[in-house]
Design a protein around this ligand. Structure first.
Ligand code: DON
Length: 582
């Protein structure tokens, strides 16, 4: 039961007459996601007595129905869980894995150039999906309700249909050219005559409901074996894909210790490799900690300059050192070392912009380390949109921060005929060729080269922040490809350095830089005067504004049962849901 107690975050911000943006408040748990029906599903699970993990798993499956551009069964992601009673924080890596038949040069054409169409829109762009294994692993190990209970709401939404939102209608229209090329996608997401659904019309997904029912009945086997697996393999055979039965049966989630760092007395716990998000967010926070940011004022030129220069250096390192840690020795400790940050901060000219072409990955770190560390870093061989986040928090203080994706909006546009779900194009997150940018302009090398069974490097940054007493005070994360890391970091800066509440922190205009291209991206709301000052310092600004990320966050003061949630207004249809009062 949700009744009148769930609130649309956007309305909530508007109906309050004070000048501060206000979050939605609850003392009985909360779920925040990019799609309100899925948030409601999570809140219903909390109302049934489920914990944050039960709610998150139910929301994850519901988003696969109601937000098909990013919610998924055919993709992968990362979940961070904080367990209150054990006072333990862990991460679940359910990133896609490259099929056994994948190979380093599989996306190169006869000239040796990257064939972007193949890397992004062919069936070979799909990695072995991890979502079902990941969500079930979380439920089996840390949930309290049955698989049937948490899956039933998603099954009902798929089987009975749900009213199409403006966001879903618009995104399906935007992706029509791609989705119409695949007969299964065309039949699943458009009417019989091929036309699009309008706002309020019902979208029924019977094949997807049947797949969800197989999972509810048989768990992991309901997806990775039996009928669903047969349908996936039939799709591979039909379209020239590489995933085989063995790849599906062998898919494994990995529980990894999260990486945690201190920022001004707060403990920031976030996702380790194969996401680059945690390493580089902590690296940037370490650099920024050396300045009194509050004294500079939020989004002043002096503040943005420091952010940009920190981002430039972190993303240069990303291109060189980051990849799947099961295949490559990612120097996490070195990159997140406070002394290394001191060294990098010392390299930053506070008056003028550096040029990305003058910042070399790895080399910048050399002087900061002793010779053996330098040798270690140098011995590493140098070669050269659509995701979604949700947060859940229960009344016992358990917290889940989850980001998952198909990579692009609607993945590669190819649905598994008969199974009702879209496939990811995550193989494009590998570096198909050293120095060639992927779909987000990111460069990589050997660390992130394609290898069988390897997980492509990600930027997804699900994060939980703890106060000095060790109590969780923030769960957040975002979509946005390469911009995820800088967006999530700005949420933390807004709250820690500028004392914003979670609604204000979400609303504040964001900026982004990623080393290459050498460009400062910014949202509307950064003042023209500030942009002029940044230009004067030598920064190259993007010629137009851009929306950066979509955070779905929950905040706590760490000492009362009250939670404060904000769904990001940047994406239509997002929402906060809380369980109805008993
Ligand atoms: O894992 C990654 O970093 C990307 N596949 C995420 C893609 C994404 O965030 C697109 N969303 N807008």
């Amino acid at each position: 039961m949700i009744g009148s107690s769930f609130a649309w975050s956007n309305d909530n911000a508007i109906i309050d007459s004070s000048t501060r943006f206000h979050p939605v408040m609850s003392d009985s748990g909360m779920v925040v996601s990019q799609e309100i029906f899925a948030s409601q599903v999570g809140a219903e699970i909390l109302a049934l007595g489920g914990n944050a993990v039960d709610a998150a798993v139910a929301t994850g499956f519901a988003l696969a129905v109601t937000l098909p551009r990013a919610g998924n069964l055919g993709g992968g992601g990362f979940m961070l869980i904080h367990l209150a009673e054990e006072n333990k924080t862990l991460s679940i890596d359910y990133r896609e894995m490259a099929p056994t038949e994948a190979s380093r040069d599989m996306f190169l054409d006869t000239e040796g150039d990257v064939d972007n169409a193949k890397a992004r829109f062919s069936i070979q762009s799909s990695g072995v999906p991890g979502t079902v294994a990941g969500l079930l692993h979380a439920l089996d190990n840390y949930g309290t309700l049955s698989l049937k209970q948490v899956l039933q709401p998603a099954i009902d939404l798929a089987r009975n249909g749900f009213p199409v939102s403006t966001d879903l209608a618009a995104s399906l229209q935007a992706r029509q050219p791609t989705l119409h090329k695949n007969p299964a996608s065309k039949s699943y997401f458009y009417k019989a005559d091929g036309s699009g659904y309008k706002y309020g019309e019902s979208l029924v997904q019977s094949d997807l409901a049947a797949t969800l029912e197989r999972i509810a009945k048989s768990g992991k086997r309901g997806f990775y074996k039996g009928r669903t697996a047969q349908l996936i393999i039939a799709e591979m055979r039909r379209s020239g894909g590489l995933i085989n039965h063995r790849d599906l049966a062998d898919y494994r989630v990995v529980e990894r210790a999260p990486i945690c760092g201190d920022y001004r007395g707060n403990r920031v716990c976030t996702m380790p490799p194969p996401s680059s998000g945690g390493v580089h967010m902590l690296q940037m926070l370490n650099i920024l900690e050396g300045w009194d940011l509050q004294a500079l004022d939020h989004n002043s030129a002096a503040y943005i300059h420091r952010l940009v220069e920190s981002m430039r250096r972190a993303y240069a390192d990303r291109s060189y050192y980051l990849g799947d840690p099961d295949f490559f020795p990612v120097p996490v400790a070195e990159l997140t070392d406070k002394k290394y940050a001191d060294f990098l901060r010392g390299q930053i000219d506070l008056q003028s912009a550096s040029r990305s072409k003058d910042i070399s990955p790895g080399l910048a770190s050399a002087a900061a380390h002793n010779q053996s560390q330098v040798d270690k870093l140098r011995s590493i061989p140098q070669e050269s949109t659509e995701t979604t986040h949700f947060s859940a928090w229960d009344r016992w203080g358990n917290v889940v921060s989850n980001t998952y994706t198909l990579n692009f909006s609607y993945g590669n546009g190819i649905s598994v005929a008969g199974a009702g779900f879209l496939l990811n194009n995550e193989m494009d997150d590998f570096s198909a060729k050293p120095g060639s940018p992927n779909g987000y302009g990111l460069i990589g090398g050997a660390a992130n080269a394609i290898e069988p069974k390897k997980r492509p490097l990600s930027s997804m940054t699900p994060t939980i922040v703890f106060n000095r007493d060790g109590a969780p005070v923030l769960a957040t994360g975002s979509p946005g490809g390469s911009t995820i890391i800088t967006v999530v970091m700005q949420m933390i800066l807004n709250i820690v350095d500028f004392d914003m509440n979670v609604a204000e922190a979400t609303a504040a205009p964001r900026i982004h830089h990623q080393w290459l291209p050498d460009r400062v991206f910014y949202e509307s709301g950064v003042s023209a005067d500030t942009l002029g000052l940044l230009r004067g310092m030598g920064h190259q600004l993007s010629d137009k504004t851009r929306r950066l990320g979509a955070t779905e966050s929950i905040q706590s003061d760490g000492s009362t049962p009250f939670l404060y949630g904000t769904a990001d207004h940047r994406r239509d249809g997002s929402g906060v849901a809380v369980p109805a009062a008993d």
